[in-house]
Structures are given as C-alpha cells and as structure tokens.
Ligand binder design. Structure first.
Ligand SMILES: Nc1ncnc2c1ncn2[C@@H]1O[C@H](COP(=O)(O)OP(=O)(O)OP(=O)(O)O)[C@@H](O)[C@H]1O
Length: 357
C-alpha cells in the first residue's frame, strides 16, 4: 500500500465580492494523492485550478472563504495559521514548482546565493557546508554546477526551470505542486521539464501537476482529474483517459477532441460565470447529451460526475494507451513502467462517499 500524502475532502473556495455577490471558484473537490504518484489536474482557463493550488499553499487573498479539508501530515492546509504555513508547510511539506521560474527567482541574486539561503532556512545547513550542499541541491534537479554563479536573466528557460525545481526540492517536501510549469516552453523543453518532475515522483514524492497541457499530462500522469467550473467532473487512470477507452464525461471527451492531434473540434459555447452557476450540471448548456435530469447536480460516481456518462469500457477493453497520438512520441515512461500505485484510501471511492454524505 502506498502512503497517502495529501487528502483533500470537499474543498470549496469562494470569493466574497461587492454587493453580496460571490464567486464559487472551487466547489466540493475531493481527492487523495499518494507518494510516488502524479495526479494531473486539467481543465480550461478559469476553472479553478490555480485557486486550488493557492489554497494548498495557504496563499489565498483576504476575500476568500474556504470549506472542507486538505490534510498533509496531520496539518489542515485550509485552516493552518500563517506561522504554521511559513514554518512547516511552504517548502517543507509542499514544494512549489512555479509557472514562470524566471519571475519566481530573485533577479538580483545568483542561483547559488538563492540555493544557499533556502538551504539555511529550510534545512539549517551550517555555513561551512553550504557550498557543497548547494552543488548537491543543483545536481538533484540537473542544474549545471557551472551555472551556479549566474543570475536568473543569464539562464535559458530550461535552466531557470531547473533552478526553480532545485529550490522547490531543497526542503524535501513530500508534495510537489507544479502549477502550469510548462507555460511558454517549446515542446522539447516541456517534455524535459515534465520528465524531470516525473523523476521526482518516482523518488517517492507526490506530484500534483496543474496544467492545461494535456500532452504533458499524458506523458507523466498516473491519474487525471478534470475540473470544470470549479468541480472535479472526472477522475480516471491516465491510461484509460488517454487510451482507446477515453474519458467518460462529455466535457472531458470534448477536451480531448478539441486537440489539434485529434479531431480539432472545439467544444461549443463558453464555461458559465463562476458567480452565476446553474443549480444543476454546469456543463449542460454546452452538452449534446443533456436531458431534464441534468437540472440536478450530478454526484461523482465511479469517477465521473455526469447523468449520461460514456460507458465504462476500462475494465474490459485492455487496449494499450494511445498517448503517442497526443504528443507525437512514445514516452519513455509509458504506462507499464508507471502503474498507478496502490493507495491506502481508494480516492474515487472516498470522494464519492464524501459526496454522498
Ligand atoms: N482574488 C480573486 N477574487 C475574485 N475572483 C477570483 C480571485 N482569484 C481568482 N478568481 C476567480 O476564480 C476563478 C478561477 O481562477 P483560476 O485562476 O483558479 O483559474 P485556472 O483554472 O487556474 O485558469 P488558468 O488556466 O487561466 O490559470 C476565475 O473565475 C477567477 O476570475
């Protein structure tokens, strides 16, 4: 059994707005994440992915209200005070691989200085050992030792990414949170970056990859969670999701069909305003399968929150995944090398139980 690193139950985040209005950015999200596992959280822009990431780091703005729990090593990230978050969570329990590393790194300090400072703060490395420890920390993220005395602006995109990853790894956090870590990178660099992240999951960390890049998710994820209008509408093994069986939720199927490598057919319409969500299924207005049943909110059942999901062919078809159709290559670490780990708590079941309660 693998250890559950992060357990999220019924997490909701609402922003209070003027005039008694609110925006429901995240609603009733539940999932578990195990050591050694990569869960990709995917969905269109504005569906709540980054808000969820900010909540896990205790970085929500003052007008945010949270509900539910997100527990890591006994600490509820949604209710922990600032002191606990600073001293025991950020960098120590949760490492962040940022969206734009060049912006995240301090521009006026060398990579070495930033690594040494982080080592001093997070690990308490004594002064005499800092130099060697910084070299070792850089090596873990394949950042070249010869570039340690460079400033961020002297690095290429990939080098900056590695520097940021090295910093994220210093505290040996059991959870790595990567929020759009491949934005703005060319495909080759995307692949190298996500492969690097996968390697850290293989070393036993839990990896939450937040991305709208489905090819990147297909390349390294064990499971995929699809978010729509603040809710998880499907959670599936990556092999099934990207393989011949495909997703079961019409929105998730639409996301894949919209890819240029697939049908290149966009989903018609726009997501609903998060300040004016319908009572029932938020996707119904854009969905070919909608019926009157969709006026009530579908619960996440067997990994899908839909009244009319595609049949579950996962158990029977056993077809090899078609990931190459997404990223144009057969990844080195395709499914057989990365079976989803056994989990102490079966995530989907837990989510469903919570949803039923
Ligand atoms: N401080 C805030 N106050 C009010 N609304 C907010 C605030 N921060 C985010 N939102 C809203 O929450 C919703 C979810 O935003 P979020 O940034 O999580 O989306 P996302 O899925 O990460 O999108 P993208 O892929 O574009 O980053 C959006 O409608 C956004 O406008």
């Amino acid at each position: 059994m693998s250890t559950v690193v992060l357990s999220v139950r019924e997490m909701s985040v609402r922003f209070r707005m003027r005039g008694d209005r609110h925006i429901a950015a995240v609603s009733g999200v539940s999932f578990d994440l195990a050591a050694g596992e990569c869960l990709a959280l995917v969905g269109e822009s504005g569906c709540g992915k980054s808000v969820l990431a900010s909540a896990l780091l205790g970085l929500l703005p003052g007008n945010a209200q949270t509900a539910g729990t997100a527990v890591i090593d006994g600490v509820d990230l949604l209710t922990a005070d600032e002191r606990t978050l600073t001293r025991t969570v950020r960098g120590r329990r949760v490492g962040l691989v940022p969206q734009s590393p060049a912006a995240h790194l301090t521009p006026v300090r060398t990579v070495r200085a930033q690594l040494e400072e982080t080592l001093r703060e997070l690990v308490g490395t004594p002064r005499a050992e800092l130099r060697a420890a910084a070299v070792a920390a850089a090596e873990r993220a394949s950042f070249p030792a010869g570039l340690l005395d460079h400033h961020p602006h002297e690095l290429s995109g990939g080098q900056a990414q590695r520097a940021a990853t090295a910093l994220a790894l210093v505290g040996d956090a059991p959870l790595l949170l990567a929020d759009e870590p491949t934005t703005g990178l060319d495909r080759d660099l995307v692949e190298r970056t996500v492969d690097e992240l996968r390697r850290h999951a293989d070393e036993g960390r839990a990896l939450l990859l937040i991305t709208h890049d489905l090819a990147a998710a297909a390349r390294i994820a064990d499971r995929v969670a699809v978010m729509y209008a603040g809710r998880i509408v499907e959670v599936a093994a990556a092999d099934r999701f990207f393989g011949a069986a495909g997703p079961r939720h019409p929105y998730a199927r639409g996301l894949l069909a919209a890819l240029p490598e697939r049908d290149f057919t966009p989903i018609p319409g726009m997501p609903p305003e998060l300040g004016a969500l319908p009572d029932g299924c938020a996707f119904a207005a854009r969905c070919d399968h909608r019926t009157d049943a969709c006026r009530t909110l579908p619960r996440l059942t067997d990994g899908v929150a839909c009244h009319h999901p595609a049949p579950d062919r996962a158990a029977s078809d056993g077809t090899a995944p078609d990931r190459a159709a997404l990223d144009g290559t057969a990844p080195d670490h395709a499914a057989p090398n990365h079976p989803a780990p056994d989990r102490a708590v079966p995530d989907d079941t837990a989510a469903e139980e919570t949803a039923r309660a």
